[in-house]
Design a protein around this ligand. Structure first.
Ligand code: ACO
Length: 355
C-alpha cells in the first residue's frame, strides 16, 4: 500500500464581485442581517455565457496541474464534485476533460454528488485509488456556479445570500514518505432529513416524498401520467427549481457534526486538537466555523476563513480555502491540516493531512 499526498493545488474565483448591498436591490435583505448571521460580505458570480461550473473547475485544475509540475496528459483519473453541474447529465468530469483538451480516453472521469462535503468525499476516493496503486495522478476538483440557479426574489433570500461561485482543485499522487500526505479520511451520511436542504426539481420524485406528503402538495400526477414528471409548470411556479433549506435545522446539526467528525479523525490517528496547525472547515457560515474554533480552543491563525469574501461555494469551498492558505504561506510543509465539512444529504466528513 502506498500513502497519498496532495502534490499540486490551485483555485479560481470569478471577477464579478456581488456585495450584500447589491443584493438589497433585488430582494428584501440587508447588509446587517447577512453579516450578523453568516459573516458574508460579498461573493463572486461567474460571467454569463462564458463561465460555467466546468469552466471554473478547469481554471482551478490548470493551476493545480501546473503547481504539481506535471503535464495534463499525465492525469489518469478525474473526480469532479459539484451540486450545480452544467447539465443534469453528462457530469462535469467529462466536460472538464474536454475543456482541458485531454483527448486520451485511457483515463476515467467520475462525478461526486455530495454537496458541501463533496470535496472531502472526492479526496477520499482519490486517496483509495492512489493507495492501492491503481492511479498515480488523480485530479480532484470542486466547483460551483450557484448564481445561475438561485431564487433572487425575497422568497429565496435565506438561501440566495449565502452562495457564491468558484472552483478549487488538487492533484493527488503516491508518496513513499510515510510522514507526509493524507493520514486519514472519514465519511458519513444520514438520509433521514434529505429534504431539509435540497434542490428538488427536475427529478423523478413526481411529488412523492415526505415533504409533499406532509404538506399535501398536489402536482397533478396520476399513475397514467407520462412526461413532465421531471419538471412541470407548477413546480416551476412553486420555486422547486431552487435550493430550499430549513436553515436553523441545518445549523443545529452542523455544529454537532463538525466537531464529532474532526474528533473522529484525531482519535483514529492518535493526535489531539493541539497538534492541528490549520483547520480548513467547509465555509458554510462563519458562525459555524467560529463555534467549532471555540469548541476546540483554536486560535484565529489556526482556522482558515474566507467566507467573508466568497460566500459558501459548497464543493469548492475547501479546495479554494486550502489553496489560499498554501499560497499565502499560512500552511507550511510538515503542518497538520484538518479538513471538515457538513452539508445537504445530510453528508459530512473529515480528512487529516500532513502537508
Ligand atoms: N435577509 C433578511 N431576513 C432574512 C433573510 C435575509 N437574507 N433570510 C431569512 N430572513 C428572515 C427570515 O424570514 C426570518 O424572519 P421571521 O423571523 O420574520 O420569520 C428571520 O430572518 C430568521 O430566519 P432564520 O432562517 O431562522 O435565520 P437564521 O438565524 O437561522 O439564519 C442561516 C439563516 C444563515 C441560513 C442559518 O440558518 C444557517 O447558516 N444555517 C446553516 C446553513 C448550512 O450550514 N448549510 C449547509 C451547507 S449548504 C449545502 O450543503 C448546500
Amino acid at each position: 500500500m502506498f500513502q497519498s499526498k496532495i502534490a499540486g493545488i490551485g483555485h479560481f474565483v470569478p471577477e464579478w464581485e456581488v456585495t450584500n448591498e447589491d443584493l438589497t436591490k433585488v430582494m428584501d435583505t440587508s447588509n446587517e442581517w447577512i453579516v450578523e448571521r453568516t459573516g458574508i460580505q460579498s461573493r463572486r458570480y461567474g460571467k454569463r455565457h462564458e463561465e460555467t461550473t466546468a469552466v471554473l473547475g478547469t481554471k482551478a485544475a490548470v493551476a493545480a496541474i501546473e503547481n504539481a509540475g506535471i503535464e495534463k496528459e499525465e492525469i489518469d483519473f478525474i473526480i469532479f464534485a459539484t451540486l450545480s453541474p452544467d447539465y443534469f447529465f453528462p457530469g462535469c468530469g467529462v466536460l472538464l476533460q474536454r475543456e482541458l483538451g485531454i483527448t486520451n480516453t485511457g483515463l476515467g472521469a467520475l462525478d461526486i454528488r455530495n454537496q458541501c462535503s463533496g470535496f472531502i468525499y472526492a479526496l477520499s476516493v482519490a486517496d483509495q485509488f492512489v493507495k492501492t496503486g491503481m492511479y498515480k495522478n488523480v485530479l480532484v476538483v470542486g466547483a460551483e456556479m450557484h448564481s445561475m440557479g438561485l431564487d433572487f426574489s425575497t422568497r429565496g433570500r435565506n438561501v440566495s445570500v449565502i452562495f457564491g461561485d468558484g472552483g478549487g482543485a488538487v492533484v493527488v499522487q503516491p508518496t513513499e514518505n510515510k510522514n507526509e500526505g493524507i493520514l486519514t479520511t472519514h465519511l458519513h451520511s444520514d438520509g433521514t432529513y434529505a429534504e431539509k436542504l435540497a434542490f428538488l426539481s427536475p427529478g423523478s420524485h413526481a411529488g412523492y416524498h415526505q415533504k409533499y406528503l406532509d404538506e399535501k402538495l398536489d402536482y397533478g400526477f396520476s399513475d397514467e401520467t407520462y412526461g413532465e414528471l421531471f419538471l412541470n409548470e407548477k413546480m416551476l411556479k412553486d420555486g422547486l427549481v431552487y435550493p430550499q433549506m430549513e436553515g436553523p435545522f441545518v445549523f443545529k446539526l452542523a455544529v454537532q457534526k463538525f466537531p464529532e467528525v474532526i474528533q473522529e479523525a484525531l482519535d483514529k490517528t492518535g493526535l489531539t486538537t493541539k497538534d492541528i496547525d490549520m483547520l480548513v472547515p467547509h465555509q458554510a457560515n462563519l458562525r459555524i466555523s467560529q463555534f467549532v474554533q471555540k469548541k476546540f480552543g483554536l486560535n484565529d491563525h489556526q482556522v482558515w476563513n474566507n467566507i467573508q469574501k466568497y460566500g459558501n461555494t459548497t464543493a469548492a469551498s475547501i479546495p479554494i480555502a486550502l489553496s489560499e492558505a498554501v499560497q499565502t504561506g499560512a500552511i507550511q510543509k510538515g503542518n497538520l491540516v484538518c479538513l471538515a465539512a457538513f452539508g445537504s444529504g445530510f453528508t459530512w466528513g473529515s480528512a487529516l493531512i500532513r502537508w
